[in-house]
Design a protein around this ligand. Structure first.
Ligand SMILES: C[S@@+](CC[C@H](N)C(=O)[O-])C[C@H]1O[C@@H](n2cnc3c(N)ncnc32)[C@H](O)[C@@H]1O
Length: 314
């Protein structure tokens, strides 16, 4: 039987991003999270005939789909397997010079959440894998649940899932694993509901936060994000643009703080020689993050938690 192809991801806030990043003929975009190429496709169309995309992704399965989808633009696309946090080195290694614009569309794509084999969602019964790159070494979610001591599990649920009952849940997992491994999405979702109670009307399912926390831990998603964002901004030429879409408050907080710090001017008294070392490297054109329009959220419920922040390199 041929496997059902994973559904296509619907790119979020495309018009706002093309405008913020000043998509125009000839412009080069570094898409650090190219996924299955939705934003990249929009960029290639908006920058015809000679705009380019350098697309990175940690997930080789997503890259294979992006390659297929972007095949009509083959001469204008350079796809690379890698982590956006290592983008400066990857670009050097592959002979690419500085892009005019950078986009990060953080987190998970539909191609991953809705792929029943990857274990990202409790809507499908699947082994608890959750790695963006299934070829990479490193623990899967099931391995973390099998081996991590209770305090480490509690830290993961509390820090990455903002789960108030993190310690209770961690203890319950350690008890449960003595009677058998927690191997599948269904095993974990049942255990979470037994421990934290079922979903209450109008609230998110408690398993949502726990799955998010594990996924962040498996992929070390927040590690070094602030320094890597700074390095991306440094990569841009003056006037270059950067836009970041975040879908949960932990990521958005890092983006907000890093962008604000980069936008800080020198704090020394005017006329005095600078001793603080601060230099305005990014100009923020908006005070608050932009949100998708109601019509977009109605058409694509995954857009509802999106926050877009962007700035211009000084
Ligand atoms: C929301 S999807 C991007 C969707 C894409 N903008 C589109 O329109 O198709 C996020 C993608 O980022 C990738 N990803 C997550 N963290 C990454 C990282 N640190 N470096 C590179 N790719 C990453 C995931 O594998 C996923 O494919």
């Amino acid at each position: 039987m041929t496997p059902t192809p994973a559904p296509t991801h619907r790119p979020v806030m495309v018009a706002e991003i093309l405008e913020a990043l000043d998509a125009r003929p000839g412009a080069v975009l570094l898409d650090g999270t190219v996924g299955t190429g939705g934003h990249a496709l929009a960029w290639l169309e908006a920058t015809a005939p000679d705009g380019r995309v350098i697309g990175l992704d940690r997930d080789p399965e997503a890259l294979a789909r992006a390659e297929e989808r972007l095949a009509p633009f083959a001469g204008r696309v350079h796809l690379l397997h890698g982590d956006w946090r290592e983008a400066p080195g990857l670009l050097r290694e592959h002979g690419e010079s500085a892009p005019d614009a950078i986009l990060l569309d953080l987190g998970l794509g539909t191609h991953q959440v809705d792929d029943p084999e990857r274990g990202f969602s409790f809507r499908h019964e699947a082994p608890l894998d959750m790695r963006f790159d299934r070829g990479a070494p490193g623990p899967t979610a099931a391995e973390i649940l099998r081996r991590a001591p209770a305090p480490e599990l509690a830290r993961i649920f509390s820090e990455y899932g903002e789960e108030r009952a993190a310690r209770r849940l961690a203890r319950r997992i350690v008890e449960a694993r003595e009677h058998g491994a927690i191997e599948t999405t269904g095993d974990l979702a049942r255990l979470v509901r037994e421990t934290l109670g079922p979903r209450r009307a109008g609230r998110i399912d408690p398993a949502t936060r726990v799955f998010q926390a594990l996924r962040i831990a498996v992929n070390r998603e927040l590690s070094g994000m602030d320094r890597a964002l700074e390095a991306l901004v440094e990569l841009l030429p003056p006037g270059g643009k950067i836009a970041v879409l975040a879908y949960h408050s932990l990521e958005d907080r890092v983006v907000k703080r890093t962008f604000r710090a980069l936008a800080e001017p020198c704090r020394c008294r005017r006329g005095d020689p600078c001793t603080c070392g601060a230099r305005e490297r990014l100009e923020l054109r908006q005070r608050r993050a932009l949100r998708p329009a109601d019509e977009e959220i109605a058409a694509n419920p995954r857009a509802r938690s999106a926050r877009l922040r962007w700035g211009v390199r000084r």
